[in-house]
Design a protein around this ligand. Sequence first.
Ligand code: NAI
Ligand code: MG
Length: 491
Amino acid sequence: MNKYQLFIDGQWVDSESGKTFTTPNPATGQPLAEVAEADKADVDKAVAAARRAYEGKWSKMSARDRGRLLYKLSQLIEQNASQLAEIETADNGKPIKESLYVDLPQVVENFEYFAGWSTKIEGETIPVPGRMFNYTLREPIGVCGQIIPWNFPLLMAAWKLAPALAAGNTIVLKPAEQTPVGAMELAKLIQEAGFPEGVVNIVPGYGETAGAALAAHPGIDKIAFTGSTEVGKLIAKTAANNLTKVSLELGGKAPNIVFADSDLDQAVAGAMMGIFYNQGQVCCAGSRLFVEESVKDQFLGQLSERAGRIAVGDPMNKATQMGPQVSAEQLDRIKGYVDIAREEGATVVAGGATPHLDGPFEKGYFFTPTIFADVKNDMRVAQEEIFGPVVSVITFKDEDDLLRQANDTIYGLSAGIWTRDITRAHRFAKEIKAGVVWINTFNVFNAASPFGGYKQSGYGREMGRHALELYTQVKSVWVDLSGRPIGWFGK
Ligand code: NAI
Ligand code: MG
């Protein structure tokens, strides 16, 4: 079993308390790694180290050199991609096909993309009247606390670290307690790339202790969080005490909409991508599947048949399409929603149970691809984020009926639409209250394209040039060019 210490000030150290925790492999339930458990005292040390680095070497380094370090890191990750993918799959349970061909390439892409931005963060000159010259400086925010979830452990680390570092901030990152291993492996590569000590500090630990201490720390200038809406609200309240700047990427309950005029084969494949990818543990998952009434039976028939054929099992096997859920808690939560669905009057037309797997996988946290039909949009299973391979199918009559229901949610992260009518597709893109809209596709990402939520799905946009807004602040500088005294109070 691998052991990991905390990564603070460029050093590997035990936690002040000496405590450690064990993270299981979700496919088997067996221990995977023993990790030092950070608490408030360790967070204090990490924030102090990040402050020293910010005031010291990091702020003196040229933007070009910062960019080169980020690029070096992207190359090191690429060189180690197959091992990192295996680690990610062992820690999170996602199929190796996803870790290797999606997560890791996107991690590399994000570091590469933001490496390029380092030298392109610029101020402006403003055409103010009279004798004044006015310009802006776009400066880093300072020390950033970053708290990330377990569904895309390495990719979430990349979304947070890459833009913050490109902009010249220093960081204390807290990975999720369910999946700390990838971030610790990343720390080794950060060290190897040659980042100055203290620029990136990584403190694995629990949310209620290490996470809460980081969010409440008066020594951080900004807190960035991805996770549940519930904890997002806590973080926003805590941050309010010090007026720490906040960005939040929270839950979703995305409508994925199938019109009768769509190519049904494409729409079925898109519905599966929308809800079964990464075991449904995706904030932008298409968990409310709206299907036009006239094609409901045909669509549901095809979807159930294909869902039943999804290969669930050993995530290290390249043929596996769905691995285990991340933890026993998440699995229980999902099972709970199957009971709720039945009580509310929905029909379980596929899945809804744990699969029978043999050998080492008998104790893994597996669940079958699940479809609820006869769902009404006001049921709990249509309003609450389940975060599993569980989709609620809701029918609609026409565009007005659809739009009213699709927007009737506290969330607004993403939406999908399947139609051959180009004007309808764009009308919908304009009317839906969500931060990302996919037309005849789903779950497409690129480091250059912004991602984030409307409504209770969060504040701010990650990736693309918009992410730099989260990690920079603007200073306005005024210069009097006239050389004359200010005349306001006379001579
Ligand atoms: P969570 O929001 O509790 O955990 C996410 C991160 O926040 C972890 O690093 C955790 O240690 C930290 N955290 C937890 N409590 C904290 C606190 N009081 N102060 C500071 N940091 C804290 O999510 P959890 O409990 O793992 O999952 C529950 C539900 O949250 C899921 O079923 C899903 O609905 C949602 N979720 C959404 C995610 C997204 O990508 N938007 C990711 C993970 C969970
Ligand atoms: Mg929690």
